[in-house]
Design a protein around this ligand. Sequence first.
Ligand code: FAD
Ligand code: UDP
Length: 367
Amino acid sequence: MKYDYLIVGAGLFGATFANLAKKKGNKVLVIDKRDHIAGNIYTENIEGINVHKYGAHIFHTDYKDVWDYVNSFSEFNRYTNSPIARFNDEIYNLPFNMNTFSKIWSDVFTPEDAKIKIEEEKKEMQDITPNNLEEQAISLVGRTIYEKLIKGYTEKQWNRKCKELPSFIIKRLPVRFTYDNNYFNDKYQGIPIGGYTKLVEKMLNGIEIRLNTNFFDNIEEYKTMAKKIIYTGPLDEYFNYSLGKLEWRSLRFENQILNEVNYQGNAVVNYTGHEVEYTRVIEHKHFEFDTTSPKTVITYEFPIDFEDGMEKYYTINDDKNNELAEKYRELSKKEENVIFGGRLAEYKYYDMDDVIKSAFEITKNLF
Ligand code: FAD
Ligand code: UDP
């Protein structure tokens, strides 16, 4: 066989696996059906600005080994994600913290004041065990914040009423009684200087890559080319949807190049009401503290229902889809020479650091 590993997908999982496999002396081939590497973390330089083409990506992690690993390919800046929320004509800081509370309630100054307010609002939930997102949100931060900062955003994001959504979706949003606008709790955070594409390029340095190459166009031949296949495409597609289709949410991005230096003063502004259809506007230059380029690139992000041919972005982890994914996982165990990894092949909401960590674990057992 010509290769030890054929890696289907040049995204973060595929690139990490390829990099580690090559380091151990394996011969690897990476293919991707797109015309570029880096999968969904791909950044494209437009007007001197690194534009996150598949949605804003902020690297954050608690794993020191993952942080050291990514820093071995690129220097990272000190970017800290602090989104602004816009609700009609009001502006708030996210995540929910003392800056948010003191603006929502003009008589809140101290953590104690904020706790008293929230406790008062939570009373409506006192005899209820939260079993949907609305109830969970109100018992976390009260109805005022739920209605201004959670309800609209979440309903646009998922196209379902908050009462019909599972509560785990907002569990990752921090609630803090300090004046700290950092969206993430992790120890390490930043953006690779020069963009993510450059970082992945370095990971894949010296590795054979074939772009515009779809695994399913030549599956039988690919299977004879390598001892093992690392598959990072959609789980159900591998099995030709034989048990049915897994569901996804998709996104539509509308990019604009503006002849102005600074459009919104922050990288991420969330639109939390129903008055507009988009959920956020990204101004890419602020990820790299660029305050001088004469132009700026902004992206409106519209959540949409997935249809065939669209990109798959968010898994829909309700019972129906989780059960179907589990059945496909059982099937995948029978594919002895194939390893399924990454967000599409595992049907999992995966942050970048967890994707790298899972490639670490898999390669540790293999090599
Ligand atoms: P992908 O990047 O999707 O790579 C899979 C690759 O496989 C693709 O390039 C695809 O073209 C290729 N492929 C698929 N099928 C085939 C085939 N048949 N033949 C050949 N090639 C194929 N994580 C964070 O840590 N921080 C963030 O701020 C963050 N923001 C996000 C924002 C959005 C809008 C979304 C949707 C996700 C975000 N994530 C974030 C998660 C992050 O995008 C993922 O963790 C990461 O991209 C997963 O990498 P992957 O290699 O598993 O998948
Ligand atoms: N969310 C919200 N208001 C916001 C931002 C997020 O209510 O301004 C909720 C929403 O339900 C969303 C979830 O938090 O689905 C997770 O959002 P986050 O931005 O952390 O995840 P991402 O969409 O970036 O994966």
